[in-house]
Design a protein around this ligand. Structure first.
Ligand code: DGL
Length: 261
């Protein structure tokens, strides 16, 4: 079994890529919707949530944790990764690998305010691609829109357009630095035009997991997904059914013991 977590629905965009690659793997997906959005929170609180979420998955015996929250990865870049038994796959590494493969030089990153404040994306990309130029833009309006199911709306289109207007012209690539954003792809494409590459780190994230599991001896599983939310299970069930196109997703709530309110 593998584990994924995010603050909310965004992680499902990573799960979709994992499912394409690994239809038979058993998945435990945790959405920390009691604390969404993560992007406006202080770094110390985000680190406490990261520790809690990793420990919760680790205690359930997952063999790998596929990070589905960039904000948590950015915080780990500041504080270090809390120790886990499970192998952890970092979205920032996956984004950097893809940018290297594509030979991108002028790079935009759209992310949550906390991720941008951490400077983690800029540091990672410049380390891996020294000749790169990186522009990081915070998009605090987007996660609440996605969580509210406001996707094909004028409000979502305008919010994406405002964020993209802050990026310089002639970029080679723009990274979705938050897993909620790929569901707004049509708006990003409309705002940025056809020439810029839109980078969703979830593809490389899933490829790295597939490679790891092939190396692993453990049997692959029966393709079940168990969804757990610290928020409202009924609301989450409806979102999962829509985004994952599952008829009857198995969703449960969690009495989440957390110091962070
Ligand atoms: N989807 C998460 C990310 O990739 C967090 C978004 C949020 O809760 O602000 O950063």
């Amino acid at each position: 079994m593998i584990g994924l977590f995010d603050s909310g629905l965004g992680g499902l965009t990573v799960l979709r890529r994992v499912r394409e690659r690994l239809p038979d793997v058993d998945v435990l997906f945790f959405a920390d919707q009691a604390h969404v959005p993560y992007g406006g929170r202080a770094a110390g609180d985000l680190f406490a949530l990261l520790q809690n979420n990793l420990a919760w998955l680790d205690e359930r015996g997952v063999e790998a944790i596929v990070m589905a929250c960039n904000t948590s990865c950015a915080i780990a870049d500041l504080y270090g990764w809390p120790p886990t038994q499970a192998e952890v796959f970092d979205l920032l590494d996956s984004a950097t690998i893809e940018l290297q493969q594509r030979g991108a030089r002028r790079i935009g990153v759209v992310a949550t305010a906390a991720t941008v404040r951490s400077g983690a994306y800029g540091r990672r990309i410049r380390n891996a691609i020294p000749e790169s130029e990186v522009w990081e833009v915070a998009a605090p309006a987007l996660v609440p829109l996605v969580e509210a199911g406001e996707i094909e709306t004028v409000a979502a289109r305008d919010a994406v357009a405002r964020v993209c207007a802050e990026l310089p012209p002639d970029l080679d690539a723009v990274v979705y630095g938050c897993t909620h954003y790929p569901v707004l792809e049509s708006h990003f494409r409309a705002a940025l035009g056809d020439r810029v590459e839109l980078i969703d780190p979830a593809f490389v994230q899933a490829a790295r997991l597939a490679e790891f599991l092939q190396l692993d001896e453990a049997p692959i599983g029966s393709g079940t997904t168990r969804y757990v939310t610290s928020g409202d299970p009924e609301h989450f069930r409806r979102s999962v059914a829509a985004i994952m196109e599952e008829q009857t997703p198995v969703v449960s709530g969690l009495g989440y013991a957390s110091d962070v309110t």
